[in-house]
Design a protein around this ligand. Structure first.
Ligand SMILES: [Zn+2]
Length: 437
């Protein structure tokens, strides 16, 4: 009965979206009934973004006139373990078969990955005989650094187009999802891994049991699995809500992750914070009992307990603030449009598309989005249908305002545009409250 009501609500909402995007149709999705981390059914709804297209579903000009699938984007928290996850999920094949995110396209990300590889090689004294596996290896940016340092490497990525790019650049990459099944195949073909890296992909993996069973199978007895992901506690503090979207099915903290790992006889032995992506953590994992547990692990668990990551109050306050940010953003842009100001977006990011669609903004209000990623240029943003252009078009566009849709690289963007800022270009930072810089 409740499900029937939800479907009716989606249909009503779709009718209103069709006024904004006549090509909008409903896509297929599955409702999540069980917590991915602790397996309990104590999931509680706290936030709705409404219906949205896939945030990485950039469109060609020809596709603008074809049906565009929309999916619900609702968020739950688990009152047993504090895990935050999407209420509905889309099939991984639909999301990742052809992917448009490339690690090497972003300079700060390349630097970040280079430092990470160097750190791991030094800390775990890796040598040429050691195998490093990168799960969700993308175009091989991280692995290429290990390769330069003389380490044996292997990547696995489900996106056919991206795996082809990596292989062409001599980064050996298996085109598949990482799971217990693919892990067994890798064990047979390559043996155990001294290091397994899972950087910025944990949130995209729906079946954690298959993932961690795969890690358990492949990890060398003294090996380390490193997982890096945007930290839920930072998201709760900064209100940067646009990291919640269909590909990011989980918003993770240390406590729920440790519960899921323990089911597979794995444990966290160290945690480190990193400012990238609005606040991320690196979690170091080993087989149970192999390494001394660093005190930092308890510091994180205690903080999560103090904040109350399983407490409904924190989530209801968070949702209120998110709706406030959306309303402020719409108000600010409406006032600028009323003053006939030209507005663009800076960064054709998935998170930017969440913000634009949540605020129901489109190509009428936002004339273009600039982005340095070559293969996004010439495409159009999902739902809002804003053309993506190269940064070299900026002067020709001559905008009055630019929304920092890639706010995670705000410092680099502002530095790059110092001269334009002097000439009058103003940037809008969406969080923690929309502000003209
Ligand atoms: Zn849970």
């Amino acid at each position: 009965m409740q499900m029937k009501k939800a479907i009716q609500n989606h249909c009503t909402e779709l009718n209103s979206i069709q006024e904004f995007n006549p090509q909008a149709v409903m896509g297929k999705f599955t409702r999540v009934e069980m917590c991915r981390a602790c397996h309990s059914s104590t999931l509680h709804h706290f936030l709705s973004f409404g219906l949205m297209p896939k945030p990485n579903g950039f469109l060609t000009k020809q596709n603008l006139n074809k049906p565009e699938r929309y999916f619900p984007l609702n968020v739950d928290f688990c009152s047993t373990c504090g895990m935050v996850q999407l209420e509905e999920v889309i099939s991984p094949n639909e999301l990742f078969d052809h992917y448009v995110y490339s690690s090497s396209a972003s300079y700060p990300m390349v630097e970040h990955l280079r430092n990470l590889a160097k750190e791991l090689v030094t800390r775990f004294s890796l040598s040429q005989k050691d195998l490093v596996l990168d799960v969700g290896s993308n175009d091989g940016t991280l692995l290429s650094v290990f390769k330069q340092l003389g380490i044996t490497i292997l990547g696995i990525d489900p996106a056919k187009n991206i795996a082809e790019i990596a292989n062409a650049q001599k980064i050996p990459t298996i085109n598949d999802f990482f799971s217990q099944v693919s892990a067994k195949k890798i064990l047979t073909s390559h043996g155990t891994c001294k290091v397994i890296t899972i950087v910025n992909v944990l949130a995209q993996i729906p079946d954690w049991d298959s993932l961690f069973a795969g890690v358990k199978t492949l990890l060398h007895k003294e090996g380390t699995c490193l997982i890096e992901f945007p930290y839920l506690v930072d998201t709760l503090k900064t209100f940067e809500f646009d990291t919640m979207y269909h590909e990011h099915q989980s918003m993770v903290s240390v406590h729920p992750l440790s519960i899921a790992l323990r089911r597979h006889c794995l444990e966290i032995f160290d945690v480190k914070h990193d400012p990238i992506h609005g606040g991320s953590i690196r979690v170091f994992i080993s087989h149970i009992g192999v390494r001394k547990i660093c005190k930092r692990v308890d510091v994180y668990l205690d903080e999560e307990n103090t904040i109350g990551i399983s407490n409904p109050d924190i989530y209801s306050a968070y949702a209120t603030k998110v709706y406030e940010i959306r309303d402020e953003m719409i108000q600010l842009l409406n006032s600028l449009i009323h003053q006939k100001k030209k507005i663009i977006g800076y960064g054709a990011t998935a998170k930017g598309n969440v913000l634009l669609n949540f605020c129901r903004l489109n190509h009428i209000q936002i004339s273009a989005i600039v982005d340095s990623t070559t293969f996004k240029q010439g495409l159009y943003t999902p739902g809002s249908h804003i053309p993506v252009v190269s940064e070299s078009q900026l002067d020709k566009l001559n905008p009055d305002y630019a929304i920092l849709t890639a706010w995670n690289f705000a410092d680099a963007i502002l530095k790059k545009n110092k001269q334009r800022i002097k000439k009058g270009l103003k940037f809008i930072r969406p969080y923690p409250i929309p502000t003209v810089l």
